[in-house]
Design a protein around this ligand. Structure first.
Ligand SMILES: [Fe+2]
Ligand SMILES: [Fe+2]
Length: 324
């Protein structure tokens, strides 16, 4: 890649502060684009309020929650809780990105706008879950308390560039997870709501991906190393949720989010768009990072194929059992 404008030509030694400054122009441009294309929407319009009933506690007519009341599939319930609790930790995410990206200028405007948009996701999901009685509300609240009390510390808080690389993949991961949860939920109202959220997550991904593209232009070696580190060590932001391991395993089997989806629908689209594996003219460190990234992706694809085979065998066993 070539340096596209003289203002983007930078020092040979980059610091976070220098990179933030160098990317400010791009943030401004991407923020303008985002504000032009992002459509405003009302979370309350997606909630089936007339399905709602009082819960016991203070209301004499209150009705306790029962699984039978839920229109959502088992896998839908598991994924909805994981996805909502992930959105719930927004105060901690805001803290992390405001600390790294700052609260001034275009960076600050983005940080606040992004936070406001993410806030909508938690609002609409919780309202939907409670009005439709899709999940156990007491357990949801206990999990929220436990999860938020833990807080969230980004694995990439040491580096602005690593953080930009991480969120580019993570926003797409969130989009795919919401989208697949909607499809597997069995409730068209839920599907429509999650499709709306997924559209927002896609625009967030585009913002960070385009920023990452600019970072590749100004500091290719450093950006390649950041992308390698982030891809190799990637984990979802909700990893601290109570019972996350088990829920993640069920979401993998339920085809909401698994290795195949992570490789094909999250990592590859971003890497291909940025032509990461085709970038040449890198220094020794950048070359090594690119090579390691390639090796890692190859290994991940093999692992994903093994998972696909196990899943296919499981489905065949279940079909045979159902037919017997
Ligand atoms: Fe979100
Ligand atoms: Fe997002």
């Amino acid at each position: 890649m070539t340096i596209t404008s003289p203002s983007l030509a930078g020092p040979s030694v980059w610091t976070d502060a220098r990179l933030l400054y160098a990317l400010e122009e791009v943030v401004e441009k991407e923020l303008d684009r985002h504000l032009r294309v992002a459509k405003d929407w009302m979370p309350h319009e997606y909630v089936p309020w007339s399905d709602g009933r009082n819960f016991p506690g203070f209301f004499e007519d209150g009705e306790s929650w029962d699984k039978e009341q839920s229109k959502v599939t088992e896998i839908g319930r598991i994924a909805l809780v994981v996805n909502l609790l992930t959105e719930d930790n927004l105060p901690s995410y805001h803290h992390e990105i405001a600390t790294l990206f700052g609260r001034d200028g275009a960076w600050g405007t983005w940080v606040h706008r992004w936070t406001a948009e993410e806030g909508r996701h938690g609002i609409v999901m919780r309202d939907y879950l409670l009005a439709s009685r899709a999940v156990d509300p007491d357990q949801l609240e206990r999990f929220r308390m436990a999860h938020m009390s833990e807080g969230f510390q980004s694995d990439n808080r040491h580096s602005m560039l690593h953080s930009v690389a991480y969120v580019a993949f993570q926003e797409l991961a969130t989009r795919i997870s919401h989208r697949n949860t909607g499809r597997q939920s069995g409730d068209p109202v839920c599907d429509r709501m999650l499709a709306r959220i997924a559209t927002d997550e896609n625009l967030h991904m585009v913002f960070y991906r385009n920023l990452l593209q600019a970072a590749f232009e100004i500091a290719p070696d450093l950006t390649m190393r950041a992308v390698r580190d982030v891809v190799v060590n990637f984990r979802m932001p909700g990893h601290g949720i109570p019972g996350f391991e088990r829920a993640a395993a069920q979401m993998a089997i339920g085809e909401v989010y698994n290795l195949r989806i992570h490789h094909d629908d999250v990592l590859q689209p971003v890497l291909r768009f940025l032509k990461v594996m085709e970038i040449d003219g890198l220094g020794p460190e950048g070359c090594r990072a690119q090579e390691e990234l390639g090796l890692f992706l190859g290994g991940l694809d093999t692992e994903a194929t093994r998972f696909d085979e196990k899943l296919a065998a499981r489905k065949a066993r279940m079909a045979a059992r159902a037919g017997a």
